[in-house]
Structure formats: structure tokens, C-alpha cells
Write a protein that binds this ligand. Structure first.
Ligand code: DOR
Ligand code: ZN
Length: 447
């Protein structure tokens, strides 16, 4: 009889191509075998997965962990535990922490914090800013997995680079072969409109959407696709929220631009009409949740693969930071890592998505886009990052039930149908039945 560390029996494996009943064997943190059900192996541990689906762990390439520097909002411990409970086994962390991740030393500092705390695997983003273009290669050598480019932001220490600097950065990053995640909105349009709206005395929720007119996203998507085409850079458009961007994305892909695109559950499941019920402040996020008419085409594009990736833009803030009266003072963003998979499983149970489509957009596609060759697939040799899902389990989203420190969520009260019940990272169970297990520091950098 062959030996291994762990056998997961009786489950249904979900692959991008379909579902198959099979047993899964794990040794030394890797998938050692995928076998006909009932195979005889001598293992230290057996997980009975009868009635459950077995998925690769989700890979969320867009999260804001807040640590170092903003730890009242979130820490690596709380973010990674929330992710683990939610079925996420790898997160990429954005660079708008304190210090901003703009040089090799800041990359090292963040990796140190993540390594000490994270229970799941992680990637660290460096930021593209004009003053530190010479740091792109050193940041990668220090362990950054990818880069973030903000074409629009009001973050004082992340000034938007000139087009000249963007082109130079993309040429450098093309030579390094790394993908750049882009916040694709036109900064000048946003700043102008904010100025006008404020001057008119506007501080209501709708002003936020009026500021972020669709053309700001469409123009920036077109521009970054052109720059990527010109330089040969791999770019990834973050948090697509507008159906008007879809023809631009389609055209760029048809021309062969190495472009990937993500959207997030809030752009698929919410619209401005939810503002009254969930609270406009809870729902404030940049870019905004749009009026009805966008979610359907975005969901279609995600199903078809035109939008490649489902991420979350997990962006926790304390409830009091979000509940300020003026919309301009209301911190944008909300937690997402813990609820994303369950919200999408609800869509599967409602017949709007298949599990295989989910695995493609949440696991396989992000692994491929960012070069994580051992992740995102249930194949022999891959890391044993595995989620057991119970498609019959029901639950309700509540702030109190979330593990994130910034737990004000627009999904408060959402009824769930289908939930992750056990999460393994490289063969070790890090969350079970909605609770994180003590695996602090188990996580590793993906590069
Ligand atoms: O809503 C957002 N929140 N959008 C961003 O681009 C940044 C993020 C944050 O860090 O809070
Ligand atoms: Zn973000």
C-alpha cells in the first residue's frame, strides 16, 4: 500500500473543465495523486468529503491588508484568517500601506510582517511612482510578485505618474516579465468633477457616482491597453465596474494585448438601488457600485472569460471611518475576502454560474495571469491548497460573524446557500466550519 500524509475521500473535484468524483492524496504539502474513489492508501490523516465539493483554494489578487501601518483597520492575522474562513488560500496585498511599498526595504518590511502572521500564502505588490522607478527591479528582487499602478488616486504619497513615467515603467516591467495591476480611471476627470461637485455643495452619496463618470474608466482602460500594446507589458485592469469598458477590453484582447481584467462581487451583486437598504456609506467604494444595468453585462463578461478574474478589493475600514456624514469623508471600501466565495456559491445554487466557471475565474485564471504555476489547479504536483465546499449549507452574512477588523459590510443580512467548510493551505487545515485554526505564520510568499 502506498503512503502519503493526507487522503481526501468521497468528494467531487471541481476542475475548470468539469466535475469528477475522485480521491485526492497529499504528501509534503503537494497533491501527490488523484485517484479513483476508494483507492487504498496508508495516510496519517483522512478527510471524509462525502457530499462535498473539492475546489482549489481561491486566489485573491486584490486585497488591502493594512499592515504595516494601518493596523487598526486590519492586520495580517485578521485578514488571512478571514480569507481562510472564506476559502481563500492566497492573497496579494496592495501597496497603500504605511510605509507605502515603493522601495525594496518596504517590500522586505511587509514580507516580514506577513511571514510572521499570515496563515495563508501571500504576494506583495510594489507601487509604480515617478520618484522610485529605479526601485522596480530591486522591489522584485526583494520579493514583490507584481506591481500596482494608480492612474487615479488622492493618496498623498502615491502621486499619479505622468504618462511618460507610466510608459517607462511599463517598458521596464515588460522586460521583467511581471504583470502590472492598474487602477484605470482618468485622474484629471475625477479631480475636476470632485471640485465642481464640492463647490456646488454636494456631499451626498450620489455625488460619488457622479464624480466617477464612466468615461473616466473607459478612457483609462483604452490608454493603458495602448501603452501595454506599445511596450509589450502585461497589464491587469483592477475592479472593472462599467459595462462601457467591455468593448475596449474586447478590442484590446482581439489585437493581442496581454491584458487581463478583474471584477469584484459588489459590481456583480449590487447596484445604486441597494444604497438605501445596505447604506450608501457602507457601499462607498472606489470605483463606485454603479446604477442598474452594469451588473448583468459584467457578469456575462466574467462567465464568458472576457473578464478573466474574480477578485475582491478587500478594503476594510473601521465602521466609524465609514459612517461619516459627508460622502467625501466616508472611507471607501469594505471587507471582501471572507464573503466572496460564499456569495458566488449562492449564484451557483441559483443557476447563474457553474462551479467550474467559478474555479476558472477565482483560481485558475489568477494563477495563470500572475505566474503562480503551483497554484489554482487540482493537479498532481500542485500545492495542496484545497477548499471543501458544502453546497447545501446555509448561513447569513453579519458583521459580528466576520473575522476582519473592518467588518461593516454591504452584504449584511445576505442569505447564503453553499459555503466553504474547510480550507487547507499546502496540506494543513487553516480553517474549519467557519473558524480559523491556529496557523499563524504558516503562510509563505508565493515567489
Ligand atoms: O475603495 C477603495 N478603497 N478603492 C481604492 O482604490 C483603495 C481602497 C482602500 O485602500 O481603502
Ligand atoms: Zn484596491
Amino acid at each position: 500500500m502506498k503512503t502519503a500524509d493526507l487522503l481526501i475521500t468521497g468528494g467531487i473535484l471541481v476542475l475548470p473543465e468539469g466535475e469528477v468524483a475522485a480521491d485526492l492524496v497529499v504528501r509534503d504539502g503537494r497533491i501527490e495523486g488523484i485517484l479513483a474513489p476508494g483507492s487504498e492508501w496508508a495516510t496519517l490523516e483522512v478527510i471524509e468529503a462525502d457530499g462535498l465539493h473539492v475546489l482549489p483554494g481561491a486566489i485573491d489578487v486584490h486585497t488591502h491588508v493594512r499592515d504595516p501601518g494601518l493596523t487598526w483597520k486590519e492586520t495580517w492575522t485578521t485578514a488571512s484568517q478571514a480569507a481562510a474562513v472564506g476559502g481563500v488560500t492566497t492573497i496579494f496585498d496592495m501597496p497603500n500601506t504605511d510605509p507605502v511599498v515603493a522601495n525594496a526595504e518596504a517590500v522586505r518590511q511587509k514580507i516580514d510582517v506577513a511571514a510572521a502572521q499570515s496563515c495563508i500564502d501571500y504576494g506583495v505588490y510594489g507601487v509604480v511612482i515617478e520618484d522610485t522607478l529605479d526601485q522596480l527591479l530591486p522591489m522584485h528582487e526583494a520579493g514583490a510578485v507584481a506591481f500596482k499602478l494608480m492612474l487615479a488616486t488622492d493618496h498623498a504619497r502615491i502621486p499619479v505618474p505622468s504618462d511618460g513615467a507610466v510608459l517607462e515603467a511599463l517598458a521596464t516591467l515588460a522586460a521583467m516579465g511581471l504583470r502590472t495591476t492598474v487602477h484605470a480611471e482618468n485622474n484629471q476627470i475625477l479631480r475636476w468633477r470632485e471640485h465642481r461637485l464640492r463647490a456646488a455643495g454636494r456631499s451626498d452619496a450620489a455625488a460619488h457616482l457622479e464624480q466617477h463618470t464612466d468615461i473616466a474608466a473607459v478612457e483609462a482602460a483604452s490608454r493603458i491597453a495602448l501603452f501595454a500594446e506599445w511596450t509589450g507589458a502585461k497589464v491587469h485592469i483592477a475592479h472593472e465596474n462599467s459595462r462601457h469598458s467591455l468593448p475596449v477590453i474586447q478590442a484590446a484582447k482581439a489585437r493581442g494585448v496581454d491584458l487581463t481584467v478583474e471584477t469584484c462581487p459588489h459590481y456583480l451583486l449590487l447596484s445604486t438601488e441597494d444604497g438605501v437598504r445596505v447604506g450608501a456609506n457602507a457601499m462607498r467604494v472606489k470605483p463606485p457600485v454603479r446604477e442598474p444595468g452594469h451588473a448583468g453585462p459584467l457578469f456575462d463578461a466574467l462567465r464568458s472569460g472576457l473578464i478573466d478574474i474574480l477578485s475582491t478589493d478587500h478594503a476594510p475600514h473601521l465602521p466609524e471611518e465609514k459612517r461619516r456624514a459627508s460622502i467625501w469623508e466616508c472611507a471607501p471600501g469594505f471587507p471582501g475576502v471572507e464573503t466572496s466565495m460564499a456569495l458566488m456559491l449562492r449564484e451557483v445554487n441559483a443557476g447563474r454560474l457553474t462551479l467550474s466557471q467559478y474555479v476558472r475565474m477565482a483560481c485558475a485564471a489568477p494563477a495563470r495571469a500572475f505566474g503562480l504555476s503551483r497554484k489554482g489547479h487540482l493537479v498532481v504536483g500542485a500545492d495542496a491548497d484545497i477548499v471543501l465546499v458544502d453546497m447545501t449549507r446555509r448561513g447569513v452574512v453579519t458583521a459580528a460573524g466576520l473575522h476582519s477588523l473592518g467588518n461593516l459590510t454591504p452584504y449584511e443580512g445576505f442569505e447564503l446557500h453553499g459555503m466553504p467548510v474547510r480550507t487547507l493551505v499546502r496540506g494543513r487545515t487553516v480553517a474549519l466550519d467557519g473558524r480559523p485554526l491556529s496557523a499563524v505564520g504558516w503562510g509563505r510568499n508565493v515567489i
